[in-house]
Design a protein around this ligand. Structure first.
Ligand code: SAM
Ligand code: SF4
Ligand code: SF4
Length: 369
């Protein structure tokens, strides 16, 4: 059995003095080795996608010979909900469903309804959200809302139809994504954020037209620096457009002023239009690392937990679930993992100033961003 985590657990069980203490208090708030709490859980519900975004699932790698996970490997909704409840007992208040493309997972509304039932230790509902490419949003928005989803984030990298099709590489029209965003707004899945990954030479010429399009609308546009996630997108530093440059270009035409963060640890830096017509955000994972506030754990489609987006190995919680371990044992394993977490990949990358990325890392489409 694949079992990095089981061995951790068993080791502790052998070391009798440690385990009883953990098992007696398997729940409760956690802090990692850098004093960061566990607050956010991102759950990938599928590794498949109906797009082949060139910076995420390039066609040459994710072709018909690519081995996606077989259905039996995927966590069931019951398994996901059980793990989520243990994470919530440890302080998680926000859950984001992602993928691959999460709306491809059949009956996703059933999972959302199950997660909606969860409560924080002091009885509050969770903030339940989802990141999607928007392709299926128009048809699914109402069902998602009815199941209890709070809001959605929609990825949209271009407005120019030819450019959008070049980027998603499956000839998908931008108009259908815009219809999805509108449908999500109509059913109340807001506030809706629109994420644009900016890659030099590919879509950075659309920064201003995107800003103009979403200015004075209920939607919050966020520009994301192209990151060195995974090993298949051939990332190069000279293809990153620094957020400072994005702000400079917009500010030159549509004056901006900075806004305070909504809460400590917010990944986006906020800016508002001086004329009062809305706000935008920039996520500067490459040029301004925010590891110091990173309180996110990521659960892969097959039940591995990653304590950093740039992880190379996950810890196999599915093995524990399918080995009939108790809630207390799995909860202890989660606590153990979080307490020993010391990840700060982006900070270290900033210090090293790489021009390309050679380290083997987990793919974005597998772990979900
Ligand atoms: N398929 C859904 C979507 O595209 O919204 C959810 C999964 S996708 C992996 C999550 C987010 O990661 C998307 O907003 C996508 O643009 C972003 N992303 C993927 N690869 C990236 C990269 N190399 N750098 C920055 N963001 C990336
Ligand atoms: Fe699919 Fe999202 Fe990756 Fe694009 S970014 S290929 S939509 S998983
Ligand atoms: Fe969090 Fe890892 Fe990203 Fe740093 S590099 S912000 S620790 S996910």
């Amino acid at each position: 059995m694949n079992t990095r985590i089981i061995s951790i657990l068993d080791q502790r069980q052998v070391v009798g003095a440690t385990v009883p203490a953990l098992l007696e208090t398997p729940t409760g708030m956690l802090a990692d080795s850098l004093a960061r709490p566990l607050h956010d859980l991102r759950i990938s519900v599928t590794d498949r996608c109906n797009f082949r975004c060139v910076y995420c699932m390039p066609k040459e790698v994710f072709d018909k010979n690519y081995s996606f996970l077989p259905h039996a490997s995927l966590l069931s909704f019951e398994e996901i909900a059980r793990l989520a409840s243990l994470f919530v007992a440890h302080g998680v208040e926000k859950i984001r469903l992602t993928g691959g493309e999460p709306l491809l997972r059949k009956h996703l509304e059933r999972l959302i309804a199950m997660l909606r039932e969860l409560r924080t230790p002091d009885g509050r509902e969770l903030d339940l959200t989802l990141t999607t490419n928007g392709a299926l949003l128009a048809q699914k928005a109402q069902a998602l809302k009815d199941a209890g989803l709070n809001r959605v984030t929609v990825s949209l990298d271009a407005l120019d139809d030819a450019n959008f099709k070049r980027m998603n590489d499956v000839d998908f029209a931008v108009a259908q994504v815009l219809r999805g965003i509108e449908a999500a707004h109509q059913v109340g899945l807001g506030p809706i954020k629109i994420n644009m990954v900016v890659k030099k030479g590919l879509n950075d010429h659309e920064v201003l037209s995107m800003a103009r399009h979403f200015k004075d609308t209920p939607y919050i546009l966020r520009f994301i620096e192209y990151m060195d996630v995974g090993s298949s997108n051939g990332w190069r530093m000279d293809e990153v457009v620094p957020s400072a440059e994005v702000i400079r270009r917009i500010n030159a035409v549509l004056p901006l002023q900075p806004v305070d963060a909504n809460y400590a640890g917010e990944t986006a830096q906020r800016w508002r239009y001086v004329d009062g017509s809305g706000e935008i955000g920039v996520i500067s994972s490459v040029t301004r690392a925010f590891c110091g506030d990173c309180s996110r754990a990521r659960l892969s489609t097959e039940g591995k937990i990653y304590t950093c987006l740039f992880g190379t190995d996950g810890h196999d919680l599915r093995a524990l679930l399918r080995d009939a371990r108790s809630d207390a044992e799995i909860s202890s394993a989660i606590a153990l993992l979080w307490r020993q977490r010391g990840d700060r990949y982006s900070e270290l990358r900033s210090a090293a100033k790489p021009t390309s990325s050679t380290q083997r890392k987990v793919e974005m489409s597998y772990i979900g961003g």
